[in-house]
Design a protein around this ligand. Structure first.
Ligand code: LLP
Length: 425
């Protein structure tokens, strides 16, 4: 893993526009997306994985502009709902470059995918096989992958580990359910099995688990070849590449990952006498995360005996990650120079519970006060995509900055938006 000394946007500007100016113009809380950073991260993946399909994992963050940018850069898309799929397709995203995931796809997810002509569907359970086959219109064949659980423990937190058998995703290699599902799929004339998929987990910063995954999946490809005489042409190793949330933290080295995975795949296939399948990777966080900054205004500062609580105008409704996974961020004071010595504080949100903490035990200038602006870097992934309506505060807008110009991509959720859905009285 590479160690990052600095996070993106450490100069407190995005795309040439100071964060203070963005806060003035768009208000707070606001999420700022750096279009050039998104595009640069897409390009880094294409360089690291030439001759592969790079799919942006929409779950990290999706809006029309994001779909448009990743498509322009030449990426495909990984979606896991009819909602993500429809939104992408309405921006002109070619459905053939979209892959549908999900451990529990609804009838609507499947029918939307088939109606729009999604490229591949990843089968996650045995019961899905007949259900999907029955939904495919007569005379056509849907390309599918099988999600295999390779039995590899990796990932930043127990809640985001998916490579082992003790979780809900995929079909186990160890107990034979993956092999069983493959036999069943091969017996379905309306399903065309094109490859294997696995996703180990998220926020992984070392290459090794991915090499183990490639080894095990190549082993399975060889067994499928032997048993069924079928050569699968695709291998999708999922996403999960970790980023640094604080200065000095480890992040996945994407170039090294690409080089080593491709070498492992080529070597393994040569040894097994298999043609090298086309590789797919599905990064979400590593593209969106470092490209975003969250901006908050300080509303109150409370000093108790032992603690200083700096309360801002957002919180767990726009960023549930610290509460869910204990993730640690590096908030910074923006917009004024302070000569006060740094002091330990907790940056907390505005929601009605004590667990609404955005960053515990961080250091901010001792004179931090109401009205100050706080920036949280690396806020582009799994913040707004996981935002809730808690306390009916309304979700923040998304502002894009490119070449010194800022524009709203997603507007702030208003009280009218919230009340508009509430039609019961
Ligand atoms: N592919 C599949 C099948 C996935 O399930 C995921 C993420 C990805 C790709 C993209 O993983 P990434 O490259 O973004 O790590 N809410 C959690 C992360 C959940 C990840 C879910 N699946 C968080 O905030 O850390």
């Amino acid at each position: 893993p590479a160690s990052t000394a600095e996070l993106p946007h450490a100069d407190l500007s995005v795309g040439g526009v100071p964060l203070t100016e963005l806060a003035e113009r768009f208000g707070t809380p606001t999420y700022v997306l750096d279009e050039a950073e998104v595009r640069a991260r897409c390009r880094a993946y294409l360089r690291a994985f030439p001759d592969a399909d790079v799919l942006y994992a929409a779950k990290a963050f999706l809006c029309r502009a994001m779909a448009h940018w990743v498509r322009e850069e030449g990426l495909g898309l990984d979606v896991c709902s009819a909602g993500e799929l429809e939104l992408a397709v309405t921006t002109g995203f070619p459905p053939s470059r979209i892959v549908l995931h999900g451990n529990a796809k609804s009838p609507d997810d499947l029918s939307t995918a088939l109606r729009l002509g999604v490229g591949r569907i990843v089968i996650d359970s045995t019961s899905e096989i007949a259900r999907l086959a029955a939904a495919v219109p007569a005379g056509s064949r849907q390309q599918v992958l099988v999600r295999v659980v390779p039995g590899i423990a990796a990932g930043g937190h127990a809640k985001i580990r998916t490579g082992t058998d003790d979780q809900k995703f995929g079909l186990s290699l160890a107990d034979g359910s993956a092999q069983h599902a493959i036999t069943r799929i091969l017996g379905q004339p309306r399903l065309h099995l094109v490859g294997l998929h696995c996703h180990l987990g998220s926020q992984i910063t070392t290459v090794k688990p991915f090499l183990s995954a490639v080894r095990r999946l190549v082993g399975l490809l060889a067994r499928i070849q032997e048993q069924h005489g079928v050569t699968l042409s695709q291998l999708d190793i999922g996403g999960g590449h970790g980023v640094a949330y604080r200065p000095g933290e480890a992040a996945m080295d994407i170039a090294a990952l690409g080089a080593k995975v491709r070498a492992e795949l080529a070597g393994g296939c040569a040894a097994a006498g298999l043609p090298v399948p086309r590789l797919t990777v599905e990064p979400g966080r590593a593209i969106a995360g470092p490209s975003g900054v969250a901006l908050y205004r300080v509303l109150s500062v409370k000093r108790t005996g032992e603690h200083t609580f700096v309360a801002v105008d957002g919180g767990m409704s726009d960023n549930p990650r610290p509460a869910l996974y204990g993730v640690r961020y590096a908030p910074r004071l923006v917009g004024r120079r302070s000569s006060a010595a740094p002091a330990p504080v907790s940056v907390v949100g505005r929601h009605c519970e004590a667990g609404d903490v955005l960053a515990a035990g961080v250091r901010l200038p001792g004179d931090v006060r109401p009205g100050d602006l706080i920036a949280v870097p690396v806020a582009g992934a799994y913040h707004l995509s996981m935002a809730s309506g808690y306390n009916l505060v309304g979700r923040p807008p998304v502002v894009a900055v490119a070449d010194g110009q800022a524009r709203t991509l997603v507007r702030r959720e208003s009280l009218a938006d919230i009340q508009g859905r509430d039609i019961g009285l």
